[in-house]
Ligand binder design. Structure first.
Ligand code: 13P
Ligand code: SF4
Length: 331
């Protein structure tokens, strides 16, 4: 009897602590949200957030989207003086390149896409020598110096149109080998990966076996996959597309259940926009740690102190801009 009472007291204390912590976190978050909103008005700033950002970052953003949508939004932004780019390095760099009169802030300096680091300019130069005359298409997930060496950029939303627009049956493509394979499959062209094995560490985690298990639990669910997933994953998907294309597909499809093959941050938007539909991550651990580095605290500090301004070397910036603009001419 005594032991049971002790156990109940302990359980009660634990529950109270948890409730206290949750309430404290909620209050802190709403305090921060209010402070950021105020600061945003005072400083004439807008907040752009990628579909993989934390829920609270997506909720406070003026605009949430995939990489091409965010680039367009940044490029056409006229009124704001500051663009706070809640995403990873290469996306914020593109914004700074496309709209150089704005102050672009990346709230967390360490938010770097590892895939974008996988392609060096030397590697591009070597590939150009090996395949003279073959145009170079680079995924926007690259740094400005690499973009400066290519003919045209693309995103997962327009890769097929970009590769098809080129008057060549052989194309050099980097750094994502899975996106290269997707483009080859869709266009029938020879798409050579540079480097040979560039990949996204987060999308690498998705395995068809996990989808099989999910399918047993949710037999009516449709499978959506990002083209950064392996070909095995792409083969079993009902829909393949960029993050925003997935959001559009989920909204328009008759299906009410979806197994999602991309980073877990997208679930927030999918569930918010489709409250009657159900979404299951194909693999629970598919988190991009770099995307998750942006927190409300860091966003607030960055905007308050106007710190972590994205700077792109002038020479690289002008050439990279040309490659991005060529992409926009296609789609
Ligand atoms: P989207 O352009 O589809 O949003 O993809 C960006 C990205 O980094 C995927 O990992
Ligand atoms: Fe880069 Fe992959 Fe993260 Fe996208 S999900 S930002 S490709 S590491």
């Amino acid at each position: 009897m005594f032991i049971l009472s002790c156990f109940r007291v302990k359980a009660y204390i634990l529950t109270c602590s948890l409730v206290f912590l949750q309430t404290y976190r909620r209050n802190t978050m709403s305090d921060l949200t209010a402070k950021i909103q105020k600061l945003k008005k005072e400083k004439n700033a807008i907040i752009l957030a990628h579909n993989y950002q934390r829920a609270e970052i997506q909720d406070i953003a003026d605009y949430v989207g995939d990489s091409i949508e965010l680039s367009r939004k940044a490029m056409h932004e006229e009124d704001a003086k500051i663009i706070v780019f809640c995403a990873v390095d290469f996306m914020a760099q593109s914004a700074a390149i496309l709209n150089p009169t704005k102050k672009v802030l990346l709230p967390t300096l360490g938010a770097r896409c590892p895939m974008a680091q996988m392609l060096t300019t030397d590697e591009i130069k070597r590939a150009k020598k090996k395949y003279p005359g073959a145009p170079v298409v680079l995924y926007v997930n690259t740094l400005a110096e690499a973009k400066a060496e290519c003919d045209v950029c693309c995103t997962s939303a327009n890769v097929v149109e970009v590769v098809n627009s080129l008057n060549s049956e052989t194309v050099l493509f980097g750094p994502d080998r899975n996106l290269a394979k997707y483009a080859a499959h869709k266009t029938g062209k020879k798409v050579i990966s540079i480097p040979e094995h560039g990949f996204c560490p987060t999308h690498l985690l998705f395995q068809p076996e996990d989808v099989t298990v999910q399918k047993q639990q949710h037999p009516k669910a449709e499978v959506m996959a990002h083209p950064e997933c392996s070909m095995e994953m792409q083969k079993i998907a009902d829909f393949i597309g960029s993050t925003s294309k997935m959001c559009r597909y989920a909204k328009e499809a008759d299906a009410t259940e979806f197994i999602v093959g991309t980073e877990d941050g997208i679930l927030h938007r999918l569930r918010k926009e489709n409250p009657t539909k159900r979404f299951y991550l194909a693999y629970e651990g598919a988190v991009c740690p770099n995307m998750k580095l942006t927190t409300l605290d860091r966003l607030y500090a960055s905007l308050k102190e106007e710190k972590h301004i994205v700077k792109v070397p002038k020479n690289a910036s002008a050439k990279a801009r040309r490659s991005l603009e060529r992409m926009f001419l296609v789609n």
